[in-house]
Design a protein around this ligand. Structure first.
Ligand code: ZN
Length: 443
């Protein structure tokens, strides 16, 4: 039987989102009410105290007390809104809103060659980012120590810029088990097997920690802050030397049994295509590896593609030159790109029939390929999916670049932090339908 997963993936040895829980970690009626006020402000937008009374059902006296302490702690800010000009009546009103710019997450992304840490606030601004080389680090303990050391610097920067940290997250290059907070395996990182990343992050930073595949974080980041804003059903696909992806449904990342759903790079688009790094033949990733596309452009026969080993980051220059040639109407480059678009259309067509997405977001090197690839893809895609499903699919290029994974971490921490609270596991207090209908407007 497949394991059952919780709908949210916040896993930590520490379970205290630090904004509203009591210092001793125990929940209380007051903690519940603080959580309720934060959730209402997050989901319904800025509110006056009277508006919050309608949203939460709490009396004004209690709201004043709770809002006062949230303002003091820097979680909520208050602004005065003048009466409409020319009306000559009314008094200035005060509006309360979450101060997302003052709450942030410490992030880390790592691969076989480097460790990158970043400080991102919950409004989506990357305040600070730094990459360290980490070549040949084959021992997981050594790498974990390196990650902890670099995260400490992020914590220092957060303190300096006045951002209160409310979580820490890791973008893993391999497969992860979010239920145990472990990285299971990353094919290009020897020794990185079954690593308790979340436990380690949590202990070294004393923050609640989360982990996800880097591609999954990118998908979440684009939906929360980038090309997927406003969409509920999104398929994200990214091309580096390989192809990864993530599926977002209703704001949550589709996990699958092992947290690996979205590996569209290894879906087959031909029965006897080029050999893939996974050992199979005809995977989308084998057809679209930039070093292989560049080799085809330079005259390598399709039957010889097995001899071209996808080369990692340095393949980018060759691929970029091929794109320049395609834009300059080089017939060979355009033919290679057209065949790549066809392979991509087969995979996305299958995915469209399976998932019924409203938006497909293409990231990584797809962004560099830009309109020349998008145009071809839009022509090809209808051939490979049910017409009614493909008709209104909105295909866009990603907007956030390499920061998308960090923003995905911010998005997850934000939605975990500001979820409507439940007390005793059975009682849920949600705003009435009437107040929900006013979403985004201040009363
Ligand atoms: Zn494969």
């Amino acid at each position: 039987m497949p394991k059952k997963r919780p709908s949210t993936n916040m896993k930590s040895t520490k379970t205290n989102p630090p904004v509203w829980r009591r210092e001793d970690g125990r929940s209380s009626k007051r903690a519940y009410n603080r959580s309720l006020v934060c959730a209402a402000l997050f989901h319904e937008g800025p509110r006056s105290r009277v508006g919050l009374k309608q949203s939460t059902g709490l009396p004004l006296s209690r709201l004043s007390d709770i809002c006062g302490s949230l303002i003091t702690e820097g979680v909520v800010r208050e602004s005065m809104i003048s009466p409409a000009a020319g009306t000559g009546r009314g008094r200035p009103r005060s509006l309360l809103e979450l101060d997302l710019r003052r709450l942030g997450v410490a992030c880390v992304r790592y691969d076989q060659e480097s460790v990158t840490t970043a400080l991102v606030d919950l409004a989506g601004t990357v305040h600070w980012k730094r990459r360290w080389n980490a070549p040949g680090t084959e021992d997981a303990t050594t790498r974990l120590r390196m990650i902890a050391k670099h995260l400490k610097q992020t914590l220092t920067v957060a303190h300096e810029v006045g951002v209160k940290l409310v979580g820490v997250g890791a973008a893993d290059p391999g497969t992860v088990d979010v239920s145990t907070g472990r990285s299971i395996r990353a094919v290009n990182m020897p020794g990185w097997t079954n690593v308790p990343v979340v436990e380690h992050l949590s202990q070294s930073t004393e923050l609640a920690a989360v982990i996800e595949r880097a591609d999954g974080w990118q998908a979440l980041g684009e939906v929360a802050y980038g090309a997927g804003r406003g969409s509920q059903h999104v398929l994200f696909v990214t091309l580096l030397e390989g192809i990864g992806g993530g599926i977002v449904e209703g704001g949550n990342l589709l996990a699958g049994r092992d947290g690996s759903a979205g590996e569209i790079g290894h879906t087959r688009v031909s029965m006897d295509g080029p050999l893939c790094g996974c050992g199979g033949r005809g995977c989308l990733e084998a057809h679209l590896a930039p070093s292989r596309l560049a080799a085809l452009w330079r005259g390598v026969a399709p039957t010889d593609l097995d001899n071209i080993v996808p080369r990692g980051e340095e393949a980018g220059d060759d691929f970029a030159q091929m794109l320049v040639a395609a834009r300059a109407n080089d017939s060979r480059a355009r033919e290679v790109l057209a065949n790549a678009a066809k392979a991509l259309a087969v995979a996305l067509g299958n995915a469209t029939s399976l998932l019924n997405p409203e938006r497909i977001i293409l990231g990584g090197r797809f962004v560099a390929a830009g309109d020349s690839l998008l145009g071809l893809l839009r022509e090809e895609l209808p051939k490979y999916a049910l017409p009614e499903l493909v008709a209104n699919v909105d295909i866009r290029l990603a907007e956030l670049g390499e920061d998308s994974a960090f923003l995905g971490i911010a998005a997850r921490v934000r939605s975990n932090l500001f979820a409507y609270p439940s007390m005793g596991g059975t009682v849920e207090h949600r705003p009435s339908a009437k107040s929900t209908a006013k979403k985004g407007k201040s009363p």
